[in-house]
Design a protein around this ligand. Structure first.
Ligand code: SF4
Length: 411
């Protein structure tokens, strides 16, 4: 159990407008996190001819680009529609724009996508991409379909937010790859757009129904709240109802518990929250999720309790990876239930997926089943996540490593 003394920023009053009122300590901590993120910037979104990528610009930035070339503000609205609603990648396809202006735009701008290094589809329908960017850095993106009567009705795209990660969670393969840089908004939105290209899901289907790529989980490589500004910009673009128009209810951001940024994320974006908990004592969590030394379990759970919009209809997801003999006992299941009491929550139990050199083993199925029963009996849904895409390198980070190995052996 967490026996750390309370910190002064524990008890935020309820949100008034926007961000909850915070003391100077939390503000300073947020400032520090944002400043650190700025040390790992993405490269400029320009091609070799100096043409700027319009993907990833906010509406205001797009309007400013149009103003800078002497075009009226409504051109930005037209472009927004073509880029994010129609999925157009070529100005020549934008038929409501006169040909001379199409040519002028093509001289100065591009509508980019990440390059597809590899695309693999599993026998269970999971599709994985290794996407490459201008500076040759790569990340993974995965589409996980849900099948309904043999038809793919809907599914989630798991997107990455950093190349590598600073957090070194001991069960995570990505955590073995040090942080190279943050992804830019264009690279984050671009993963979703390229996934939709792959399924031909353009123009954007009307409403929420009828989308195969119906949800986003920000759960891929990296800690999204350590790249907050780019993530927020990308998600704002994705949620814009005149473009991709995915509702905040269909987006889940997963964090290891960057407490000061959880408040900001809830107040500004209002997306669903998932927290990688994985342990019920600070002693163990300090070891497997080292960020816990900075933001211990009690603080993370307090941030969940005050997360705006959390309700029984919009529960907070706790991710719990099942490691044999480490965190999977019945006593730990009971302690988990005690810890999360009062939080509208569900618990995702994830059987550990071993990777070469990993120090853990997957929990025995019986232990996972008992754990799930105990959490269930306390009134929390506790589904056991089915391993997906095992045949195409399931664990996050494996695809990137495999490609690096292949490149090295070719060299
Ligand atoms: S689990 Fe997430 S936060 Fe932890 S090392 Fe892996 S990518 Fe980073």
């Amino acid at each position: 159990m967490n026996a750390l003394p309370p910190r002064p920023d524990r008890a935020f009053p309820a949100a008034q407008r926007g961000l909850p009122a915070t003391d100077g300590l939390t503000e300073a901590e947020r400032g520090r996190i944002l400043a650190k993120a700025a040390l790992f910037p993405p490269p400029p979104q320009e091609d070799a001819e100096g043409r700027r990528d319009l993907v990833g610009l906010s509406r205001e930035e797009l309007a400013a680009e149009m103003a800078a070339i002497g075009e009226k503000p409504f051109r930005a609205k037209q472009l927004w529609h073509w880029i994010y609603h129609q999925g157009a990648r070529d100005f020549a396809a934008m038929t409501t724009i006169a040909k001379p202006l199409q040519a002028k735009l093509a001289e100065r701008f591009t509508v980019g996508r990440p390059g597809v290094t590899t695309e693999q589809t599993s026998t269970d329908g999971t599709r994985k991409w290794l996407f490459g960017f201008r500076d040759a850095q790569q990340v993974e993106t995965v589409y996980i379909p849900e099948e309904e009567e043999g038809e793919i009705a809907r599914g989630a795209v798991c997107i990455s937010t950093q190349v590598g990660c600073t957090l070194s969670c001991t069960f995570c393969h990505t955590g073995t790859q040090k942080l190279v840089r943050n992804l830019g908004a264009a690279e984050i939105v671009g993963q979703f757009m390229a996934a939709r290209d792959s399924y031909g899901e353009w123009p954007t289907p009307k409403g929420e129904e009828g989308r195969a790529l119906s949800n986003i989980v920000v759960m891929g490589m990296g800690e999204p709240l350590y790249n907050y500004e780019n993530v927020a910009k990308a998600l704002t673009i994705i949620m814009d109802h005149e473009g991709i128009g995915l509702s905040r209810r269909r987006i889940t951001l997963s964090t290891s518990g960057v407490v000061p940024m959880m408040d900001k994320c809830g107040a500004e974006l209002g997306v669903n929250l998932a927290v990688s908990l994985h342990a019920v004592t600070d002693e163990l969590r300090n070891e497997i999720v080292p960020l816990n030394r900075k933001y211990p379990i009690a603080e993370v759970l307090d941030a969940c309790r005050r997360y705006p919009g959390a309700s029984n209809a919009r529960r907070i997801t706790f991710e719990y990876i099942m490691l044999r003999g480490i965190n999977d006992s019945e006593a730990e299941a009971r302690e988990l239930v005690r810890l999360i009491r009062g939080i509208p929550a569900k618990v995702n139990l994830i059987p550990f997926n071993p990777w070469p050199g990993s120090p853990y083993q997957t929990s025995k199925p019986e232990a996972v089943r008992r754990f799930s029963e105990i959490v269930n009996a306390a009134g929390y849904s506790a589904p056991i996540r089915r391993p997906r895409g095992r045949d195409i390198l399931a664990a996050c980070g494996q695809l990137k490593t495999a490609s690096e190995r292949a490149r090295r052996s070719e060299a």
